[in-house]
Write a protein that binds this ligand. Structure first.
Ligand code: SF4
Ligand code: SF4
Length: 212
């Protein structure tokens, strides 16, 4: 898939899709690509008022993505429709949908100068695209605290992948993957305290993994 040049949060991009009217093509058949962050799982649990364990049973699927076990939105049944898609073909969790859904058809790139964006050209089939400011498109999620979280999570995943690649013992390898899954996704965060708790868990995990 072609991608555009890198864009900044205050740039405009031709991505407006008329509120997705009549379309849900990026909400089905996406395999394991709708990957969630720990923040996304926390928000789903809070907004749906559902314990994280139930969320994992009903709404999410697990797969190995980039060498780590990560949760994604479950794609079910005929047409592999996202679990959150309602009978009208609309996202039932639109107001608190995962950040990767909020971003589409933009992608995110982590650079030395911070987070940049690019358009996944041709990924959204909506015919006429209006120009939208990226900061408006991603809505409230890319505020500074969240941006810091995204960078920290991205860097941690890189560290994890590097450490896991060094481990030859299959059991230990799996144990570490399960540890990361449990610590960051399955262990509930207190409501209103996500970023602080995430940081504490990050420090703990880095120590276990022997990172800097
Ligand atoms: S493919 Fe585009 S128009 Fe269709 S649901 Fe996704 S973002 Fe909306
Ligand atoms: S969570 Fe909502 S926006 Fe994301 S894939 Fe599922 S239905 Fe689509």
């Amino acid at each position: 898939m072609e991608v555009s040049r890198l864009l900044n949060i205050h740039d405009m991009a031709r991505i407006g899709c008329n509120d997705c009217k009549g379309c849900f093509s990026c909400c089905q058949g996406m395999g394991d690509s709708v990957v969630l962050t720990p923040y996304d799982v926390h928000v789903l649990s809070v907004k749906l008022q559902m314990p994280v364990d139930n969320l994992f049973q009903e709404w999410l699927s697990l797969s190995v993505v980039d060498g780590l076990i990560q949760p994604g939105m479950a794609m079910n049944g005929e047409g592999e429709k996202c679990h959150a898609l309602d009978s009208e073909g609309r996202c039932s969790i639109h107001a608190f949908r995962p950040s990767i859904c909020r971003l589409f058809p933009l992608g995110r790139q982590y650079t030395e100068d911070g987070i940049k964006y690019f358009v996944l050209e041709g990924a959204c089939p909506a015919p006429v695209k209006t120009k939208v400011k990226i900061s408006k498109w991603v809505e409230r999620l890319e505020f500074k605290e969240h941006e810091t979280f995204l960078v920290q999570w991205h860097e941690f995943k890189k560290l994890c992948m590097a450490k896991l690649a060094e481990i030859e013992d299959e059991n230990y390898h799996r144990q570490l993957m399960m540890y990361v899954l449990q610590l960051f996704f399955r262990k509930p965060y207190a409501e209103g305290n996500f970023y602080k708790e995430f940081l504490a868990r990050l420090e703990e995990a880095k120590e276990i993994l022997g990172g800097e």
